[in-house]
Design a protein around this ligand. Structure first.
Ligand code: SIN
Length: 208
């Protein structure tokens, strides 16, 4: 099913988050489920020149890269009735306009036993995006994250909160890419000095 079909006059919708959405949805929702999607791996391969970096020093944030062997864990949020339109408008600004992500649909599998898979929207950044950064070694990614910050905070916060989410909610999942970048970043952080608070001059539209 195409994203535009799933959006048509829906009174209920699921949105899958695998990056900052896992700890900061920012939109009203009816419920949430922890779970995973198949066929994608999560990678710090997308650039961010607004939230966690700037034009000079773009931060590194996650996107999904197709891989038939992989699965990616995160949170699916259910929005209903008037929440649907509000959520889509909010995420369009946050993820599409300011983040450079596009919308896809995926099958989400809840962690809880006995629950049925469901169709969810997901925001993905692809390699044809101008701010896409692509692969680099864990150490290079960590070094970049350690020095970047943007309008919503330091890039380290983004990394550590995502890793914390995984440790807390999916302790049985070994997310090697995420955890080895986290370890490398925390290791080199003292060398980079104190983390400065974010510049609050241009907050995310629609938030206070
Ligand atoms: C995002 O939603 O992609 C960014 C939000 C954040 O980093 O705070």
């Amino acid at each position: 099913m195409k994203p535009q079909d799933i959006l048509k006059e829906k009174s209920s919708l699921w949105v899958f988050g695998y990056g900052s959405l896992v700890w900061k949805p920012g939109f009203a929702h009816r419920g949430r489920k922890i779970g995973y999607i198949k066929g994608y791996k999560r990678r710090f391969w997308h650039g961010d020149d607004f939230y966690r970096g700037d034009k000079e020093n773009p931060g590194r944030v996650v996107t999904l890269v197709e891989d038939q062997e992989a699965c990616t864990w995160g949170v699916a949020y259910e929005v209903t009735d008037s929440q649907v339109e509000e959520c889509l408008q909010y995420l369009n600004m946050r993820e599409v306009v300011l983040g450079g992500y596009i919308i896809e649909t995926v099958e989400f599998i809840p962690k809880e036993k006995g629950q049925c898979p469901l169709l969810a929207l997901v925001y993905i950044a692809t390699s044809d995006n101008p701010i896409y950064l692509g692969p680099a070694s864990d150490l290079q990614i960590a070094a970049q994250i350690a020095i970047c910050s943007g309008n919503t905070g330091h890039n380290i916060e983004y990394l550590v909160r995502l890793a914390e989410f995984m440790r807390l909610h999916c302790p049985e999942v070994e997310d090697e890419h995420l955890f080895s970048i986290e370890a490398a970043a925390l290791n080199i952080l003292p060398v980079c000095g104190e983390i400065k608070p974010p510049d609050q001059k241009s907050p995310l539209p629609g938030t206070v």
